[in-house]
Design a protein around this ligand. Structure first.
Ligand SMILES: NC(=O)c1ccc[n+]([C@@H]2O[C@H](COP(=O)([O-])OP(=O)(O)OC[C@H]3O[C@@H](n4cnc5c(N)ncnc54)[C@H](O)[C@@H]3O)[C@@H](O)[C@H]2O)c1
Length: 305
């Protein structure tokens, strides 16, 4: 057991399975007292079970750590309030909030229902907002705190069949960068991790979907072989390090983590520019574009012949 987070109290949403489980165990391994939040839902968000969160708490306690379970959903303000109250009532303070709770409802956008859209936005984007807005009040009062949010390559570069998820995950990046600006002056740090690992979530994307994408020449966010063999527990060391005092100057960043790889993902940089004094004519753009910013422009999914 390490000591880097001794005296700290952490919350991990979705801490009962996959990447969240690894985060909860390592946070406790570094001395933090941990609230393991998880509704115990299926990958599509249906159903509830206390077992995943309870089992992780038992694991932490068996290893000599301190943890309590919370089974509420992050999708509502009341749920988020109860998760934070569990930390304050059980351990008397709150220092770290990590928000990997998540679900998938994949569907091509022309078939996606409003309900499928809302369900994914509710867990990922609104769930992250609910946790951050409530916890930031506690952090503001004490002048310290650390958030680690979770995005996806789907949110950074897109992935066919995941319009709801991609929108939510891109939203989390914008939210986190904005949190860093608003909360940084108050002593509160915010960073976003873009993980890749073999979990039930990644295994739930059917081979058929991957094959159809390949047949259609649609480039996925990444090749499944890149991540299915990576362990979800590989994400925890970097995410937990972000919560330590050693990372006190790290905020407003997005990091991609898979296996032993950690990459700093830059915000959208300007790659090329087209500029004139005053307003363009459409004709002028039609002439200038192909030879300037249109040169060698990559189309991830060209129209079929
Ligand atoms: N596994 C990957 O390769 C990968 C890639 C990119 C992003 N991510 C992101 O990492 C995070 C963790 O993913 P994972 O692969 O460990 O998934 P997982 O399905 O193994 O774990 C997600 C957990 O979140 C819980 N959860 C779902 N809805 C909830 C709610 N409303 N409130 C509280 N808990 C809820 C589930 O019960 C589950 O235990 C997610 O945000 C996911 O989008 C994962």
């Amino acid at each position: 057991m390490g000591e880097r987070l001794r005296d700290k109290v952490a919350i991990v949403t979705g801490g009962g399975r996959g990447i969240g489980r690894g985060l909860a165990l390592l946070l406790a391994g570094e001395g933090a007292r941990v609230v393991v939040n998880d509704v115990g839902a299926a990958v599509d968000g249906s159903g509830v079970s206390a077992t995943p969160a309870d089992e992780v708490v038992q694991e932490i306690v068996a290893l000599g750590g301190a943890a309590v379970a919370n089974h509420n959903s992050v999708t509502t303000t009341r749920g988020a309030e109860s998760i934070i109250a569990t930390a304050l009532n059980s351990f008397g303070r709150l220092d770290i909030v990590m928000t990997p709770a998540g679900i998938l409802r994949d569907r091509m956008i022309f078939n996606m229902t409003e309900e499928e859209w809302d369900a994914v936005i509710a867990v990922h984007l609104r769930g992250t907002f609910n946790m951050v807005s409530q916890a930031s009040r506690v952090f503001k009062g004490q002048g310290s705190g650390c958030f680690v949010t979770f995005t996806s390559t789907t949110g950074l570069v897109g992935n066919s069949g995941q319009a709801n998820y991609g929108a939510a995950k891109a939203g989390i990046v914008g939210l986190t960068r904005t949190m860093a600006l608003e909360l940084g002056p108050l002593g509160i740090r915010s960073n976003c991790v873009c993980p890749s690992a073999g979990t039930r979530m990644t295994q739930s994307v059917p081979n058929k979907a991957v094959q159809i994408r390949e047949q259609q020449g649609i480039k996925g966010a990444m090749d499944a072989s890149d991540y299915v063999n990576a362990s979800p527990d590989d994400i925890a060391p970097f995410a937990v390090w972000l919560a330590t005092d050693a990372a006190k100057n790290v905020s407003g960043q997005v990091f991609y983590v898979r296996g032993g790889l950690v990459s700093l993902m830059n915000p959208e940089d300007t790659a090329k520019v087209l500029h004139k004094e005053g307003r363009w004519e459409v004709d002028e753009i039609a002439t200038a574009f192909p030879h300037t910013i249109g040169l060698e422009l990559f189309n991830p999914a060209p129209a079929r012949e």
